[in-house]
Design a protein. Structure first.
Length: 195
């Protein structure tokens, strides 16, 4: 039986905007996008963030322009239970909040994109001003992955398109039980839907 996977995206709901995470001791991380790169990180030590716009508090959001996934303790427990080998959980203090929150750093990067089934694939050109992205995807519309190539992961980022934060159907169902999320789930398996 084919496993189903979903791309976790910012939902079109009133959001709780959290700033880019920074070291609690002050300053900024040298690589503020590191929590979206799809690899394990050394313990960054105490981390903090501010609420830029109170909006509506959510149990799972993306913080800052780097889209760092931040979840409540209930959300973190789902990743701890279903994806212990696919994600690291780093505690983060959110200014003015007493509840515990965690950065969800997906550590599994898998070459699983099914390019033939994607609606539209855009590559970085060879003469692109960012040569470090050569060979990677600029953007993918109607993303589709091959579930047989996910290496048993329940949370992953596709190789060459790490923007996509992908979770299994099991994690999606558990997150929906928690509810009140600032994210939506777009299917990335099965037949392509027409736009």
């Amino acid at each position: 039986m084919e496993r189903n996977f979903y791309w976790v995206n910012i939902a079109n709901v009133p959001q709780w905007y959290i700033t880019t995470p920074v070291p609690a001791s002050g300053g900024a991380f040298d690589e503020p996008w590191m929590f979206g790169e799809g690899h394990a990180l050394p313990d960054p030590g105490p981390i903090k963030a501010r609420v830029r716009n109170p909006g509506q508090k959510r149990t799972l959001v993306f913080a800052g322009v780097e889209r760092t996934p931040i979840g409540s303790e209930a959300v973190a427990n789902i990743f701890k239970m279903h994806a212990p080998n696919d994600a690291q959980l780093f505690p983060i203090t959110i200014e003015g909040e007493s509840e515990r929150h965690f950065i969800i750093n997906v550590t599994k990067t898998v070459d699983c994109i099914d390019e033939a089934k994607c609606r539209e694939v855009q590559h970085y050109a060879e003469d692109d001003p960012f040569p470090e992205y050569a060979g990677e995807y600029r953007w993918i519309y109607g993303l589709r992955i091959d579930p047989s190539k996910t290496e048993g992961a329940h949370a992953l980022r596709p190789t060459r398109f790490k923007t996509a934060f992908i979770v299994s159907e099991e994690i999606k169902a558990a997150l929906e039980q928690v509810g009140n999320m600032g994210v939506s789930f777009e299917s990335v398996t099965g037949p392509q839907r027409t736009p």
